[in-house]
Every structure is written in structure tokens, then in C-alpha cells.
Design a protein around this ligand. Structure first.
Ligand code: COA
Length: 168
């Protein structure tokens, strides 16, 4: 795995929405949401989102929010790394940095069963946090929930994340 010391991991800045959206498109895997959605995440949810920059170029992002009914749970809505930058540790480092910053007790995300890169990135972040990671057998979002032919999404839950609380 290559070093990525030159990658900066920070909150999105206002105006980062289009770059986040371009990465979603570039992955060929993520749903490409509206321009408004990414602008909203970058402007109104920046405390729980993150972008990775190589120089001025955004090469990865996480869009996440605390669940209103479970305010200790940070739900990762999307994580994406541009194809050219994948497999270099950026996805895992983004997750770790966001956990360190947002300090959730639990982290959740839904993942399709065949998405090994995503599954392993979340598992690697959990290992780093010395936290349990569970992956549900039953779909969290089914095709009927999503109204599409996309693969069902299963819930990944990481936590409790205790070390961070002790180190806070
Ligand atoms: C999923 C994603 C964010 C991971 O980011 P990344 O920077 O590529 O991943 P990392 O380099 O940090 O690797 C994290 C782990 O996944 C493994 N991994 C990376 N790419 C992989 C691949 N193509 N297949 C299997 N495992 C892979 C790494 O070996 C590492 O595991 P390890 O620490 O146990 O060795 C990125 O690949 C991506 O944007 N994919 C397309 C969009 C997507 O699927 N998003 C998630 C939807 S839930």
C-alpha cells in the first residue's frame, strides 16, 4: 500500500459539492445524487463530512450525518475515492479521521454484499478503533425500499467506539 502523506483530510469547504459529486460519478458504483445534495452536505453537514485533497484536487469524500433518532450513531451515507486514488489507504484513513473528529459511539453504513473494497475499508477502520464490526445477514434496504434494481444493502455497524471516548 502506497504512502499518502501528501493527502489532506479535512471538512468540506463551501463549494466542494461539485467535486464530491464528480467523484461519485467517477467511481461508477455510487448513486450520483443531485448537485443540491452535495452542496447541502458541504455547507450544512460539514462537521460530519470529510474530503481528501491531493494539493487542491479533491480525490475522496465522505457524506455522513448523525441519525436524528440515534444521536450517538454516525451514519455514512456515501464514501467515495476517485478511481485513480483507490487502493492506497485513503478510504480507510478518511473513516478513521472522521471518527476521530465526530467522535460517534457507533458508525453505520449500508453496503452491497459484493462490495469487498467498501466492506474491508470499514472493517479496517473498526480494527484501528479496536471496535467490533458486525454485518447483517438480512438486507437493511431492499429493492422495494429503493424502488430500483440496485442490489440490496446490508447494515455494517461499528462500535461501541470506546477508545476515542477515553482519549477525548
Ligand atoms: C470503497 C472505497 C471508498 C475504499 O477506499 P479505498 O481508498 O479504495 O480503500 P483503502 O485503500 O483504504 O483500502 C481499505 C481496505 O480495503 C481493501 N481493498 C481496497 N480495494 C479493494 C478491492 N478492490 N477489493 C478488495 N479489497 C480492497 C484494502 O486492502 C484495505 O483492506 P486491509 O486494510 O484489510 O488491507 C473505494 O474503493 C471506493 O470509492 N469505491 C467505489 C465507491 C464505493 O463502493 N463506495 C462505498 C459504497 S458503500
Amino acid at each position: 500500500m502506497e504512502s499518502h502523506n501528501s493527502i489532506q483530510l479535512n471538512k468540506p469547504r463551501r463549494g466542494d459539492g461539485p467535486a464530491m459529486r464528480a467523484i461519485a460519478r467517477d467511481t461508477g458504483v455510487l448513486s450520483v445524487n443531485s448537485a443540491y445534495y452535495y452542496a447541502m452536505m458541504a455547507r450544512c453537514f460539514s462537521d460530519t463530512c470529510l474530503v481528501a485533497r491531493s494539493g487542491e484536487q479533491v480525490c475522496g469524500y465522505i457524506a455522513a450525518l448523525f441519525l436524528p433518532a440515534q444521536p450517538e450513531t454516525l451514519f455514512v451515507w456515501q464514501i467515495g475515492v476517485s478511481r485513480a486514488a483507490q487502493g492506497k489507504g485513503i478510504g480507510k484513513q478518511m473513516l478513521i479521521r472522521l471518527i476521530e473528529r465526530a467522535r460517534p459511539t457507533f458508525l453505520e453504513a449500508t453496503i452491497a454484499l459484493d462490495n469487498q473494497a467498501s466492506l474491508r475499508a470499514f472493517q479496517a477502520a473498526a480494527r484501528q478503533m479496536a471496535a467490533d464490526a458486525t454485518f447483517s445477514d438480512k438486507p437493511f434496504f431492499t429493492q422495494s425500499d429503493m424502488g430500483s434494481a440496485d442490489a440490496p444493502e446490508h447494515l455494517m455497524r461499528i462500535g461501541p467506539i470506546q477508545l476515542l471516548k477515553q482519549n477525548a
